[in-house]
Design a protein around this ligand. Structure first.
Ligand code: SF4
Length: 405
């Protein structure tokens, strides 16, 4: 967006890219818009992203907002040219709204990029949208149906990012394990990962963002467990540890399958770490059901948890189910976070004393393949983005302390 707006000659504008995943995310977006207006009274405020896509009128009715554009529009040069050509908005003008029907969008990745400045990790979007309809989730209404970037295009992009100096590429998507179903020949995510690893030999580390454990194909399993260039870390879209709640969420895995997947992966690759998203306080969740979400941390061996207190998103089936009191939702989220912190700290403690390869990030931090963050005591000795060998000496809260050797 920055590049497109710059190329179109748009000046003095603030673009707010919103998230719709929870009510809290939408509230924060509105707060940021008000803050941007106070900081830049004369700038044009343009709002886009999933919250704008799903509720354009809510943002257009804010006095601070000059334009609302959709998730497809924000990626087209024409849209930014139109915004740049708009005459300076008058305080009395109604905001511009250009948000199309996202369900009609069939293409993705008009916005592949050449690099990410001095960021150590580059993100490569290989898929967008989602054909599933989990009962709590608003995302398909913000992103549209599933669509994939062709293997050849993704490989070329990985080659460019690697040539630009990125040692680590993170593959991203809304529902990555659905990758390829819409492409000719229906290549799987495993086939794409294999193509990138084989055709971009200079790439040091390939990382996958969140995956749906129910849909890991055989080739993907082989590459994760058998290729050391794939980061030994998998983030699972788990959501609950209880089968009845998983059913009410319309998820496609059971508790037992998730635990088995973690065990099978760990049996083949001992250094692998797991993260997971879990929702606390989904409608109808009893204390027993919640206890199963708590104890799946130990049973599956999870190290990093993203805990979401359940947030009823308007327009989703779960918003119409019997809700739990907010105090219970918050209290369960806090218990999950406390248990997750113990699991993470135990895992980090087990790494102290070891020597590990890491990639240097900004702010004196480095990242291990297993996603552990390390504060590097002699970080001046290592360039941002470079691979380095660290001796891990201690843990401080959620980070390890290490020395480049
Ligand atoms: S698979 Fe993921 S993105 Fe798709 S509806 Fe379910 S939670 Fe939302």
């Amino acid at each position: 967006m920055r590049r497109l707006a710059g190329a179109a000659g748009l000046k003095d504008a603030v673009v707010v890219n919103t998230c719709a995943v929870t009510n809290e995310a939408v509230r924060t977006a509105r707060q940021n818009i008000r803050r941007a207006r106070r900081a830049r009274p004369d700038a044009r405020i343009i709002v886009t992203g999933c919250a704008a896509q799903t509720a354009p009128d809510d943002f257009a009715s804010m006095a601070e907002v000059d334009a609302v554009i959709g998730n497809q529009e924000k990626l087209t040069p024409q849209e930014w040219r139109k915004l740049a050509d708009d005459p300076s908005p008058d305080d009395n003008d109604a905001p511009t709204i250009r948000v199309n029907n996202i369900m009609s969008v069939r293409e993705t990745a008009g916005h592949l990029i050449d690099g990410y400045g001095d960021r150590a990790r580059a993100f490569l979007q290989i898929q967008n949208g989602c054909d599933h309809r989990c009962t709590f989730c608003i995302i398909p209404f913000g992103r549209g149906n599933s669509r994939s970037v062709p293997v050849r295009v993704a490989v070329e992009q990985a080659q460019r990012l690697t040539a630009a100096g990125h040692h680590e590429i993170v593959l991203t998507g809304v529902d990555m394990t659905s990758y390829g179903a819409d492409l000719e020949g229906a290549p799987t995510l495993g086939a794409l990962v294999a193509a990138i690893l084989d055709q971009v030999p200079a790439l040091a580390r390939l990382r996958l963002s969140s995956v749906d454990g129910a849909e890991i194909d055989a080739e993907l399993f082989e590459r994760i467990t058998g290729d050391s260039r794939v980061a030994p870390y998998l983030h699972l879209s788990l959501q609950s540890g209880d089968n009845m709640i998983l059913k009410r969420m319309k998820r496609r895995h059971t508790r037992e399958q998730a635990i088995e997947l973690c065990h099978n992966l760990r049996a083949r690759r001992g250094d692998i770490a797991f993260g997971a998203d879990i929702i606390a306080g989904f409608p109808t969740e009893t204390e027993d059901m919640f206890a199963r979400s708590l104890n799946i941390i130990d049973e599956a061996g999870l190290q990093y948890l993203h805990v979401f207190p359940f947030s009823p998103r308007k327009g989703t089936p779960a918003a119409l189910m019997p809700q739990l009191p907010r105090t219970i939702v918050k209290e369960r989220a806090a218990r999950l976070r406390a248990k997750a912190a113990d699991a993470q700290h135990g895992f980090l403690d087990s790494l102290v004393g070891r020597e590990e390869t890491a990639i240097m990030e900004s702010g004196g931090r480095a990242r291990l393949g297993n996603f552990a963050s390390v504060k590097v005591t002699n970080s001046d000795a290592v360039a941002i983005g470079a691979a380095c060998q660290l001796r891990l000496t201690a843990r401080e809260g959620d980070v390890l302390i290490g020395e480049a050797i």
